[in-house]
Write a protein that binds this ligand. Structure first.
Ligand SMILES: [Zn+2]
Ligand SMILES: [Zn+2]
Length: 357
């Protein structure tokens, strides 16, 4: 794959417009970054929209350990295929496609063989990583990206590209635990936190047929929660909530990255219930294990999803008319949008219109 001179469709490395943090802690600014030639199994995607994920901010600001700069964040990518390599069979020019959190994996380990590429020890993240060619990867805050065809997902016609972009991280992050722990008819599911992740959880769990409860800090977003498909909405700032809902849920998915009283949330589970975390508080937690022993409860985590499951999620969302609730911004608004994400001042996901970069 690295010997691209063998491929008749190869084009030279091109420079594309992007927004990048040029150094740790630096604000993002307009620049250009190289994209590799379109290899035999690659597709060139004209990016139309890129979602802003909270993890973009952590990485751009070097909060997750040594970042690679310049850094172009963005792993919620939706666009259109404009060129394909000679060996590409999965996509054709004009296809609507998405790219999520990773753009490659080893393809031969036990996890890759099982379609669980997100667990591959030798995967390549969409940005802030290096590909198999040793070159840095640059994310979706950009006009174009070149990826291997196997890591580009088909976006069905039923979803607008702007509302589809956040599905590539936020959508699969919630779909995967809800599917794995079988949210569905007869199941009582709680979603903790009504933000970029949580609002997707409400929509997806509702579409799966579960009875959905939102557990949010206050009742401020109650109208939205009920509109998006929640059956109930409770404020976690009210201690009465934890008494009233004790022993209620089969599954709780927490999207919160602030410290939580895990014992209190485990108390809301039925026996054999599961508390799955997709948000991670920065500090380690302390937990009396009787919170798990009494009632055989499970405290779990969940990390995006594999390629096949991400496609399944996109197809599911299209068939249920589900997209993200978005606020579209221009390139020059990215830094301001970061501040607003940190202040929880977005309903519910910022999406960059890459035509404005
Ligand atoms: Zn993300
Ligand atoms: Zn692998």
């Amino acid at each position: 794959m690295t010997d691209t001179t063998l491929s008749p469709t190869t084009t030279p490395v091109t420079s594309v417009t992007a927004y990048a943090a040029l150094a740790a802690k630096a604000p993002l600014e307009r620049t250009t970054v190289p994209r590799r030639p379109v290899g035999e199994h690659d597709v060139l995607i004209e990016i139309k929209y890129a979602g802003i994920c909270h993890s973009d901010i952590h990485q751009a600001r070097d909060e997750w350990g040594p970042g690679t700069y310049p850094m172009v964040p963005g792993h919620e990518i939706a666009g259109v295929v404009t060129q394909v390599g000679s060996g590409v069979t999965k996509h054709t020019v004009g296809d609507r496609v998405g790219v999520g959190c990773f753009v490659d994996s080893c393809r031969e380990c036990e996890q890759c063989e099982a379609g669980l590429e997100q667990f591959c020890q030798n995967g390549t993240a969409t940005y802030n990583d290096h590909g198999r060619d040793g070159e840095p990867t640059y994310g979706g805050y950009s006009t174009h990206v070149v990826v291997d065809e196997g890591y580009a997902l088909r976006i069905p016609e039923g979803i607008a590209l702007d509302e589809a972009a956040p599905l590539l991280c936020a959508g699969i992050t919630l779909y995967s635990p809800l599917a794995y722990w079988q949210a569905g008819p007869g199941k009582k599911v709680a979603i903790v936190g009504m933000g970029g992740l949580g609002h997707m959880g409400v929509k997806i769990a509702h579409a799966m047929g579960a009875e959905v409860t939102v557990l949010s800090q206050s009742l401020r977003k109650q109208d939205d929660g009920l509109r998006l498909g929640a059956d109930h909405f409770y404020a976690t700032s009210d201690p009465q909530t934890f008494e009233e809902l004790a022993g209620t849920f089969d599954l709780i998915v927490s999207t919160v990255s602030a410290p939580l009283d895990f014992a209190a949330y485990l108390g809301l589970l039925k026996p054999r219930g599961v508390l799955a975390n997709v948000g991670a508080p920065a500090e380690p937690i302390e937990l009396a294990l009787f919170s798990l022993i009494l009632g055989n409860k499970t405290l779990a985590g969940s990390q995006i999803g594999g390629i096949a499951e991400t496609q399944e999620m996109l197809d599911f969302c299209a068939s249920h008319g589900i997209g993200a609730e978005i606020e579209t911004i221009r390139g020059e608004q990215i830094n301001e949008a970061y501040e607003r994400v940190l202040a929880s001042d977005v309903r519910y996901r910022f999406v960059i219109d890459t035509a404005t970069l």
